[in-house]
Design a protein around this ligand. Structure first.
Ligand code: G4P
Length: 280
């Protein structure tokens, strides 16, 4: 499998993002709670230098809670404020508001001392594709929010969405491209669906996922598909295909379809709450 590429148009996107980041006080970095390190682009440290930072472990409804707790501790230890979230949940405004006020309290205090009142914190959401950026932004639009319109100094067409009295959010997210030298990172991103399926061999991906599940989440495959999961992973995949009635002519298991079902079940959380990595 060839995991490593960095499309040319991203160079332009990164340039635009630099301009946009210069407009904000706070960079909100969305990571996938199931693989926070693999879904992190380290360039954000450079891009978000001198800005307040907040990490959101999104899709935590799908992650393994004990792994997510470890990740929360991991980021806290690095002095990076962190919040877990299901971005589809529109009830998160208050939690986001509270943590942003906490993260930016120095600035709020500085403004207050200077007699500046009601100047909202300006924030921007960043993350790799499919991590939930649009869902996050949309969850705040139309609820307690109203677009505040263009203001001087803002790139044409950009809108600020008012999240609360104290926060405004840029309506377009910053898209970071996943970055990896390491094949295991590419593999996790492929399993999460960050990387386009067409360029990867689904059967191979499914075998890797089966290897991982057998080792880290024993019993999960057995309970979902009523199969003997201690067999070699290729055999397990065949059994999954049979269980899902994915058969070719002659009743032979259709490995590709079985692989598709398995990966789809994983992504939709039908195998249960599973994380692909834990802090070292
Ligand atoms: P992006 O802008 O970062 O590219 O991601 P986007 O918001 O489009 O979200 C990608 C997919 O992830 C969407 O599913 C979205 O519903 C789902 N999603 C986002 N946040 C969460 C979360 O916290 N938990 C769960 N379980 N799912 C989340 P989709 O299948 O592409 O679209 P749809 O069928 O849900 O509309």
């Amino acid at each position: 499998m060839n995991y490593g590429w960095y499309p040319g148009h991203m160079t332009k996107a990164v340039r635009m993002m630099k301009e946009e980041i210069s407009l904000v006080d706070l960079v909100v970095e969305l990571l996938d709670a199931r693989a926070p390190l693999s879904s992190r682009n380290p360039d954000i440290d450079e891009l978000g230098r001198n800005k307040y930072r907040l990490v959101i472990l999104n899709k935590s409804d799908l992650s393994d809670k004990s792994a997510t707790d470890m990740w929360k501790a991991y980021f806290k230890e690095k002095n990076i404020p962190v919040l877990t979230m299901d971005a589809r949940n529109r009830g998160m405004v208050k939690a986001v508001d509270n943590i942003v006020k906490e993260v930016c309290k120095e600035k709020i205090e500085r403004d207050r001392k200077r007699g500046i009142k009601n100047r909202p914190i300006r924030a921007m959401v960043c993350g790799i594709p499919n991590v939930g950026k649009s869902t996050f932004i949309n969850s705040f639009v139309g609820k307690t929010t109203a677009k505040t319109g263009n203001k001087p100094g803002v790139t044409k067409g950009k809108q600020w969405i008012r999240l609360s009295d104290s926060i405004e959010l840029l309506d377009t997210p910053g898209i970071l491209w996943p970055k990896f030298e390491d094949q295991s990172v590419g593999l996790r991103l492929a399993i999460l669906g960050t990387i386009n399926d067409n360029i990867l061999d689904t059967g191979e991906l499914a075998i890797k996922l089966i290897d991982y599940l057998k080792e880290r989440y024993p019993g999960v495959l057995n309970s979902r598909y009523s199969i003997e999961e201690d067999a070699p992973s290729v055999k397990v995949l065949e059994s999954i295909a049979v269980n899902r009635k994915a058969l070719k002519k002659g009743e032979e298991p259709d490995i590709d379809k079985g692989a598709f079902y398995l990966i789809d079940d994983f992504r939709a959380g039908r195998l249960g709450n599973i994380s692909l990595e834990k802090p070292e």
